[in-house]
Design a protein around this ligand. Structure first.
Ligand SMILES: [Zn+2]
Length: 387
């Protein structure tokens, strides 16, 4: 696949903000943007004449958010609408609050729906480079820990799946699976096909989890969620995920799916720069008028911060990453620098794109969010273009 073409905009200087580069906060610097990329950070007084100045006084500029797990947005659920139009609508709904790159995520469904979601995502990438690829969450997962997934559609990994679970050039392709449902050899084969294997919806033993990591699995999907609890004599998948220094963990960032206490524990326990935030959000995310929707056969209702089913049980996330970031800082009381890195720099590294996304440094894509002092998104640029 050829790389999507970038817009050619006028050189732009964003001045007078506090800039979080992805590494540190800097002051008195202007961010210079040309041809969709960051070209320099320079003193506010030294901006060249040919750069159009946009003043961002009293604001923070940070790298655009990167969300590796997005089930829906704008009242569109990928599983229900696995079309190019559906994928583009989801990306647009998330972009408003600062998500400049994302992986639309299709949960356990029929092979036809999952293939349609993959094809639609690939087609949509051609016109919208904010779409980095596809995340297939299932169907090779634990029946007991399937959560909202349709358990009737959970199935083993077959030879045919190796035809579809394969990354094309330039795209990210994540498959979330349970180690107890596959063999280490199958994981190694997927990895060889360019797939990022992430472990989730699983009750794997410590040994099974370690064997999956040794075979090339790169990380864990929504840490704590749909995993058995840790006990003194049983590390379970959560214990291995927190202990292992090489792998990455995604964690739902809304402050409800994982309690603030557990979020803080995870940040302290996991190896440096290996924990990142995901929205895992469903159809109502980023919608002006969030609507109830059908979530694998059950009716789900948006509340203020999350979705509930007809029994009132929490059933799905609905906040975008941009909405989660201020909550992680204010309510979960995580360090702003860490939160911004977990929402951008670290997922970029997990995806293998850390050399061009997730930082505001020369040569990086000009994916920028302007935040107010409560870290709420005020303005968004993707590839240097305002949203
Ligand atoms: Zn899940």
């Amino acid at each position: 696949m050829t790389a999507p073409s970038l817009p050619q905009s006028l050189p732009m200087a964003l001045t007078d903000a506090i800039i979080f580069t992805g590494e540190v906060f800097v002051e008195n610097q202007a961010l210079l943007v040309k041809d969709g990329k960051i070209v320099d950070l320079i003193h506010n007084d030294k901006v060249p004449d040919d750069f159009k100045i946009t003043t961002c006084a009293n604001h923070i500029l940070a790298p655009g958010f990167i969300d590796c797990q997005v089930n829906g947005g704008g009242n569109v659920l990928l599983n229900a609408t696995p079309t190019v139009k559906g994928v583009l609508a989801i990306a647009a709904a998330h972009r408003k609050s600062g998500t400049t790159r994302l992986l639309p995520t299709c949960i356990t469904d029929t092979p036809e729906v999952m293939a349609a979601a993959t094809a639609a995502t690939r087609q949509a990438r051609k016109s919208d480079p904010s779409i980095l690829g596809i995340h297939l969450e299932g169907p090779h997962i634990s029946e007991e820990y399937s959560g909202a997934h349709n358990v009737a559609l959970v199935r083993p990994l077959s030879e045919t799946d190796f035809q579809t679970h394969r990354a094309e050039s330039g795209e990210c392709f994540i498959v979330t699976l349970a180690p107890e449902q596959v063999t280490p050899e199958q994981i190694a084969r997927l990895v060889k096909q360019g797939v990022i294997v992430s472990l989730g919806h699983t009750q794997a033993t410590t040994e099974q989890t370690r064997a999956a990591l040794a075979a090339g699995a790169k990380g864990f999907t929504h840490l704590f969620t749909r995993m058995p609890p840790v006990k003194g004599r049983s590390s379970t998948v959560v214990g291995v995920a927190l202990d292992d220094a090489q792998s990455w963990c995604g964690m739902i960032a809304d402050g409800h799916h994982v309690t603030p206490e557990l979020m803080r524990i995870a940040v302290r326990a996991k190896a440096k720069d290996k924990l990142f935030l995901v929205s895992d959000s469903a159809a109502p995310a980023g919608a002006d008028n969030p609507q109830p929707f059908d979530w694998c056969g059950q009716k789900v209702f948006p509340q203020k911060d999350y979705c509930v089913n007809e029994q009132g049980v929490v059933s799905g996330a609905m906040l975008t990453l941009g909405e989660c970031v201020p909550r992680c800082i204010r309510d979960v009381r995580l360090d702003p620098e860490k939160v911004l890195r977990m929402a951008s720099t670290i997922p970029a590294e997990f995806l293998g794109l850390g050399d061009r996304l997730g930082k505001l440094l020369p040569t990086y894509a000009a994916d920028i969010v302007m935040l107010d002092h409560s870290f709420k998104t005020q303005k968004v640029w993707k590839d240097g273009e305002p949203n």
